[in-house]
Design a protein around this ligand. Structure first.
Ligand SMILES: [Zn+2]
Ligand SMILES: [Zn+2]
Length: 288
């Protein structure tokens, strides 16, 4: 997909990009371009998922539902919509102006020269590292009892999440946990704005997929984050590396196995106790 994007970009991109640069100043391209691209990407996926959730169309996709007993309703969407719009217009939009200032300080993010596949590949690795570190530790911080009640509890309203709930959260959480880890990598690596837009599209699509409630073919597995919404104390990170390192990784299968092991241990302990304690029903007579 990335190579198709870059093939397209290098065939038709230079002319298109130079016409954009000739038509708009940086102060418009960076903040407004970033905001518009994230809006289009977000509502594209969320609209498709709303049709799947609410109209149950296509019905055949419902076999991929992760928690089939929890069926999304209009009320779930209505509740999320207002918070999502607030996060987009009152948090993400001002943040994109901050991003413009930061990117400008680091270099020229709207250069005429387009990023190459090599640029993207090495920068993508950096972005993933920053995202994993930023999201994991930010998310764990918000699970601290003092912060959880005030901030993160809102995002955990959906124990069986839906796509739009990816950014159903407190504005502070949206800025610290969602926007900063996503934008920090491109700022640190002095990326081209087109690389940032591609990364935002990938990151946002992944966040929606993680909350969509369906394990759809060809898409990365959303099971880890879906499970986080169910049990709260597992799978804090987006990649799973830090969860593995901090022993916070979990799944429904692991929980079922653990339950079975505990049950087997309890049954064994009860059998041992019965073997040691003498049967009081029998007369306790010493044989001579
Ligand atoms: Zn979530
Ligand atoms: Zn959480």
């Amino acid at each position: 997909m990335t190579s198709v994007f870059f093939g397209f970009l290098h065939l038709y991109g230079p002319q298109f990009w130079s016409s954009i640069l000739a038509s708009y100043p940086k102060s418009v391209i960076i903040p407004w371009g970033t905001f518009i691209i994230s809006q289009v990407g977000f509502w594209f996926w969320v609209s498709l998922l709303a049709v799947l959730d609410l109209c149950q169309f296509p019905k055949s996709f419902w076999r991929y539902k992760i928690q089939p007993l929890k069926v999304p309703t209009w009320e779930w969407y209505r509740k999320a919509l207002w918070v999502v719009l607030q996060n987009q217009f009152l948090v993400a939009l001002p943040s994109s102006f901050l991003l413009w200032k930061l990117m400008d300080l680091r270099g020229n993010p709207v250069g005429m020269e387009l990023p190459t596949v090599w640029d993207l590949s090495k920068e993508l690795i950096g972005f993933l590292v920053v995202e994993e570190l930023g999201f994991y530790y930010g998310h764990r911080l918000f699970h601290h009892p003092k912060l959880y009640k005030r901030i993160h509890k809102k995002h955990h309203l959906y124990t069986a999440p839906i796509g739009i709930a990816a950014i159903y959260c407190h504005p502070i959480e949206h800025f610290v946990c969602n926007l900063c880890p996503l934008a920090l990598g491109p700022v640190l690596m002095k990326s081209h704005i087109l690389t940032l837009w591609l990364w935002i599209t990938v990151g946002q699509t992944n966040a929606i997929n993680s909350h969509c409630g369906f394990h759809l073919p060809l898409f990365p597995s959303p099971l880890a984050h879906d499970y986080h919404h169910e049990v709260f104390n597992k799978n804090f990170g987006p990649l799973g590396v830090l969860d593995w390192l901090h022993d916070t990784a979990g799944s429904r299968e692991m929980a079922a196995e653990k339950k079975q092991r505990e049950l087997a241990a309890t049954t064994q302990a009860q059998t041992n106790v019965q073997a040691v304690v003498p049967d009081s029903s029998k007369p306790n007579v010493k044989e001579v």
